[in-house]
Design a protein around this ligand. Structure first.
Ligand code: UD1
Length: 418
C-alpha cells in the first residue's frame, strides 16, 4: 500500500499539463466495441480506472495496445458478453459496458458494479432506460442478465439527470432501430464528448449538452481516431491547490468553460484567475476568503467531484463555509481525516459547516475515495509540518503522476512503497 509523505507550507509556481478526462475516456472505451474496426484514443491516461476498463475489453476478446500515449482497440474478434465480476466490482463505469455489449452481442451479463463508496449509487435508471429500448433484464445472484433481439428506439424520461444512465442509453440506442429520445438527460461535457466520438464513428447523436438527446439509430459504425476533452476535475484540483498554498500557476490543456462554476468561486475568494486559449492561470497571494456556500449540482452547477477539494480549501479560508452535497449520500469521508489535521468541521446529513482555522497541522491520514484522497493531499500541502496520506490506490484511479506534477510546481511530496 503506497503512501505520500508531504512537507507542507510551500507555495506553488509553474506550469502543469492536464490529462484527458477520466470520465470522458471510460465511456469512449465502452463505445469502442460498437465497431469491429480499429479505434484509436489519443492521449489515453494510464490511470487505474482506465487500465481496469482496458482489462475488461481484453476479457471480452478485444486486442488493446498502447502506442506511446495512444490506446488502440481492435474488437474484431470480441466474442464474450460477460463482464468478469472481479473487474465489475473494482470499477463502477463497467456498467456503461451494458449498453454497448447488448448492442454488439444482443446479450450481456455483469456483476453489480463497484467503484468509490460515496453513497448508494443505484443503477435503476440505467436498467429502466434499457428496458424502454426493449431489453429484457433479469437480476439473480448479484448478476444482471440482459438480452434482446434488437434494440428499438423509444422515449426515455430520466427521473434525475444521471450521467452514466444518459451515456448507457445513448450507447445502447446508437445502432438500434429508429429514434431514441432521452429527456431530462445529464448535460456534463463528457457526454458531449461521447456524442462527438460516436458521430466520428458514423453515429447520429444530437443534443448532448442539453436536457434532450436524440439518437437516430444507424446500421453500422466504423473505426475512428479521437482526442478526448481535458480532465476538468484534475484541472480544478490543481487550481484549488494553488488557491490554498499561494503562488502562481498555469494549468495547460484545460477548458475554462467546463469549470466555470469553480473559476467563479475562486474569483469570489480573492484569487486572480484568467484564461487564454487552452490555459487557465491562477495567482493567489493571501489567505483565501471563505467561499460561503458550496452546493454541488449536476452540470453546469458546482461538480460533486470537486466538493472534497473545496472542503479542504474552506478549512484554511478566512471565515465559515457551508458545503452541501446534493448528489451522493456519504461523500464526507475525508472530513474526520481533515479534523485530525486541525480542521473545524461539523457534518449534519448532506451538509458540512467548515469554520476556517489559521493553520492545519500535519497528521497521518487515510484516503477512502478518489477525490477525498486528493483533498487530503491538498490539505497536507497547505498544512504546517509533515502529513502522510495512505492509501494511494484511490488517488491512482483518477490522477496520473499526481506527485510528479505537484513536485514540478514546487511541492515537497514523495511516494513511499510499503
Ligand atoms: C458520474 C461520474 C462521477 C460523478 C457523477 C456525478 C463517471 C465515470 N463518473 O458518475 O465521477 O461524481 O457522474 O457528476 O462519469 N442515480 C440514481 N439511479 C441511477 C443512476 C444514478 O438514482 O440509476 C442518482 C445517483 O444516486 C446520484 C445521481 O443520480 O444521486 C447522479 O449520479 P450519476 O450522474 O449517475 O453518477 P455516475 O454516472 O455514477
Amino acid at each position: 500500500m503506497d503512501k505520500f509523505i508531504i512537507e507542507g507550507g510551500k507555495s506553488l509556481y509553474g506550469s502543469v499539463a492536464i490529462q484527458s478526462a477520466k470520465n470522458a475516456v471510460l465511456p469512449l472505451l465502452a463505445a469502442s466495441i460498437l465497431t469491429d474496426e480499429q479505434v484509436k484514443i489519443h492521449k489515453c491516461p494510464r490511470i487505474r480506472d482506465v487500465m481496469n476498463m482496458v482489462q475488461i475489453l481484453n476479457e471480452l476478446g478485444c486486442k488493446t495496445t498502447y502506442d506511446g500515449e495512444d490506446l488502440i482497440i481492435d474488437s474484431a474478434d470480441a466474442a464474450c458478453h460477460e463482464i468478469p465480476s472481479a473487474l465489475a466490482k473494482e470499477l463502477r463505469s463497467s456498467v456503461f459496458m451494458l449498453g454497448s455489449v447488448i448492442s454488439r452481442f444482443s446479450r450481456a451479463r455483469i456483476a453489480y458494479p463497484g467503484g468509490c463508496d460515496i453513497g448508494l449509487r443505484p443503477i435503476d435508471l440505467h436498467l429502466k432506460g434499457l428496458k424502454r429500448l426493449g431489453v429484457q433484464i433479469d437480476e439473480e445472484g448479484g448478476y444482471i442478465n440482459c438480452s434482446c433481439d434488437r434494440i428499438v428506439g423509444a422515449e426515455v424520461l430520466l427521473d434525475c439527470p444521471s450521467v452514466g444512465a444518459t451515456e448507457n442509453i445513448i450507447l445502447a440506442a446508437v445502432k438500434g432501430k429508429g429514434t431514441t429520445i432521452v429527456k431530462n438527460a445529464a448535460r456534463e461535457p463528457e457526454i458531449s464528448d461521447l456524442q462527438n466520438f460516436l458521430n466520428a464513428m458514423g453515429a447520429k447523436v444530437y443534443g448532448c449538452g442539453t436536457p434532450t438527446v436524440v439518437v437516430e439509430g444507424v446500421s453500422r459504425l466504423h473505426g475512428a481516431e479521437y482526442t478526448p476533452i481535458p480532465d476538468r476535475i484534475e484541472a480544478g484540483t490543481f487550481l484549488i491547490a494553488a488557491a490554498m498554498c499561494g503562488g502562481e500557476i498555469e494549468v495547460c490543456n484545460a477548458d475554462a468553460e467546463n469549470i466555470a462554476s469553480l473559476l467563479h468561486k475562486l474569483r469570489e475568494i480573492s484569487c486572480k484567475v484568467w484564461a487564454k486559449d487552452d490555459k487557465i492561470y491562477i495567482r493567489s497571494k493571501d489567505k483565501p476568503l471563505s467561499p460561503n456556500l458550496v452546493e454541488t449540482q449536476p452540470y453546469p452547477g458546482f461538480p460533486t467531484d470537486l466538493q472534497a477539494q473545496m472542503t479542504a480549501l474552506s478549512c484554511v479560508a478566512e471565515g465559515s463555509t457551508l458545503i452541501v452535497e446534493n448528489l451522493f449520500e456519504t461523500r464526507f469521508k475525508h472530513v474526520p481525516e481533515l479534523i485530525k489535521m486541525g480542521a473545524d468541521i461539523t457534518v449534519r446529513g448532506r451538509s458540512a459547516l467548515v469554520r476556517g482555522v489559521n493553520n492545519l497541522h500535519g497528521a497521518d491520514v487515510v484516503a477512502s475515495d478518489l477525490r477525498g484522497g486528493a483533498a487530503l493531499t491538498l490539505a497536507g500541502l497547505a498544512a504546517e509540518g509533515n502529513t502522510t496520506v495512505t492509501d494511494l490506490s484511490y488517488i491512482d484511479r483518477g490522477y496520473f503522476g499526481f506527485e510528479y506534477k505537484l513536485r514540478d510546481l514546487g511541492a515537497k511530496i514523495k511516494r513511499i512503497h510499503i
